[in-house]
Write a protein that binds this ligand. Structure first.
Ligand code: IPE
Ligand code: IPE
Ligand code: MG
Length: 259
């Protein structure tokens, strides 16, 4: 990967390079990874957690500021109860086992999604992960758990309606920023790059509002096989895109520092 500090030829040398500030991952394909190996789906999820662990380390090293991981959707409750249980157990174990490393790596954890349907112990664990890392200033790891973008937008609309009804807000004050400020992601910049593994090309109710100008990348590997090389390739792909935000010239890109 060229870094601007070495001699490069061709169009790639002229293209401005940039690094995504916020990368969001739709970690898909665990079940198919397992099925292809004659293993139970659970084994795919277990290996998926290992891929997540490595990806968080890579994100820190690559200088990503925000990493969002879609780990359980509101629609995933429709899976068989044993699978749902195993996914909840894996989340539990990931937070329990990894919180120490996250904390010492200066990672700040934030959780988005609805906590109402979660058991008390999972809700307490998520709260603890957020509270014990709240002062950290490195990578922000955003865990989307029991998350659904439509539900998130509906909740923001409800909050706005309540403020209007209480006389604290006028309907005319409701603009895009007012909605953004009431989403679970309030204060977090929109994702620059959304990567979905497994080859599926859809968002599956993920960050529908925040994805307005995200660059989308669909990669054919199943999530348990996603590694640092795939992550670096995705970031390199992003660096060559022209983001125009409706204008004519590429804008809004963070220049990559030459080494
Ligand atoms: C992603 O893998 C994990 C979750 C959705 C929780 P899947 O379990 O969706 O795997 P596939 O898509 O069936 O292969
Ligand atoms: C999206 O994957 C949700 C997560 C990765 C957590 P799904 O496997 O649930 O999505 P669909 O059902 O294929 O759209
Ligand atoms: Mg899937």
């Amino acid at each position: 990967m060229g870094d601007g500090g070495v001699l490069e030829f061709g169009a790639a040398a002229l293209a401005p390079r940039s690094a995504p500030r916020h990368v969001a991952l739709i970690m898909d394909g665990n079940g198919r990874w397992a099925a292809a190996r004659g293993l139970p789906r659970f084994e795919g999820h277990r290996r998926g957690v290992e891929a997540l662990r490595k990806t968080v380390r890579a994100a820190i090293e690559l200088g990503v500021d925000y990493l969002t991981v879609y780990s359980f959707s509101v629609e995933n409750w429709s899976r068989p109860p044993e699978e749902v249980q195993s996914l909840l157990a894996l989340l539990h174990r990931f937070i329990r086992n990894d919180i120490g490393e996250l904390r010492s790596n200066n990672v700040r954890v934030r959780v988005i999604g609805d906590r109402i349907d979660l058991s008390d112990d999972i809700a307490a664990l998520l709260r603890e992960a957020e509270e014990t890392t709240a002062a950290n200033t490195g990578l922000t790891l955003i865990v989307a758990f029991n998350y659904g973008a439509r539900q998130e937008i509906a909740a923001a609309a409800r909050a706005l309606a309540e403020e209007v009804a209480a006389g604290r807000l006028r309907p005319g004050d409701i603009d895009a920023d007012a909605i953004s400020a009431r989403l679970d992601t309030a204060g977090i910049p929109d994702p620059d790059l959304i990567i979905r593994t497994s080859g599926e090309q859809r968002l599956s109710n993920f960050m529908l509002w925040q994805a307005a100008y995200a660059e989308l990348l669909f990669v054919p590997v199943h999530w348990p096989d996603f590694d640092r090389a795939d992550f670096e390739a995705a970031i390199d792909d992003y660096a060559h895109r022209d983001r125009r935000f409706g204008g004519l010239a590429p804008v809004g890109r963070r220049a990559k520092t030459a080494s």
